[in-house]
Ligand binder design. Sequence first.
Ligand SMILES: *Cc1c(COP(=O)(O)O)cnc(C)c1O
Length: 383
Amino acid sequence: MDDINLQPDSIAAQALGWIDEATRAITPPIHVSSTYLRDPDNGYRSGRIYARADNPAFDQAEAVIARLENGARAALFASGMAAATAVFQALAPGDHVLAPKVMYWSLRNWLMNFATQWGLNVEFIDMTDVGTVEAAIRPGKTRLVWIETPANPLWTITDIAATAAIAHRAGALVAVDSTVASPVLTRPIEHGADIVMHAATKYLNGHSDLIAGVLITREDDDFWKRVKTIRAQLGGTLGSFEAWLLLRGMRTLFLRVRAASQSAQRIAEHFARHEHVEAVLYPGLADSHGHANAARQMHGGFGGMLSIRAKGGEAAAIATAANVALWKRATSLGGTESLIEHRASIEGAGTPAPVDLLRLSVGIEDCGDLIDDLDQALRRAHR
Ligand SMILES: *Cc1c(COP(=O)(O)O)cnc(C)c1O
């Protein structure tokens, strides 16, 4: 299917249309071998030696993701965190890095507590403001600008194209954690990003049944070779069965993300007017801070993630989460089932999440059911 011009929906639905050469199977086998036969003349003409470095179980999933993101190559990792940290580990001690103040909590934590100890000079800034980026970037010194958009847990939006232009003028790479947008809504490479990262655990797989990560690169360059070496040597490699599950999950990616985005928009609009809700944070709301940028770089919806701030503070927020029946109280996002989470409890001290904030991951259930359940939970919390 490489030579025909297909919409990404068609690429995902058929996982690039590959057929197993040996059996004519439409779905691939699960390759589990850890090692590969060496040729009698001592060569490795298959190109495969050992499955920590490379595994045929990755080929199809990586090809699908690279195609969906319009990148040169993709590499699967054992988790989103393994993928993200590989990008930072490919840098050198002393390198200056810009990261957002509002970002996925575990990665922020690792950057603060580990990356800095290994000599990276990480500076956390308001990435949603191009003036701040312009002021913080150090030409020739800043090696990487890390963007997350929409960003956990406030769903703030960073203008990828404007930020990439500043970064590239200064000689820095741009990496985008695009987990929440997914390639259905945003393709960061088309807006100037050099590296795209996904927690494939979330929308790409979509069924809350595996942990996986992926990086996509605009170019198969020296930086990418370092990233691949880090995967092979540190061993943050995905399992074969997980790679197979991911490929299966991605076949319905477009249906799932579009359904979740449509419901999230309706839920955001509904609860923005609710008597027990202080505020709804969602880039699809026309009066939200990042709406104009989001409308420019997100196509076909604003994603399935939003947060609501309950009137009545922390106690009301926790009581609301306690009273849902259909929504599930759990961390994570991007599955078929809708999740609700009091984010400040999980992030702890230093979180940008207000104590009255509930993070919602909208799944693919009936939207009316989701609205009714959250509505009754808010009312009970306020009784
Ligand atoms: C979940 C998540 C990660 C980390 O992915 P894991 O697979 O849990 O390691 C990174 N970024 C974002 C935005 C996420 O939601």
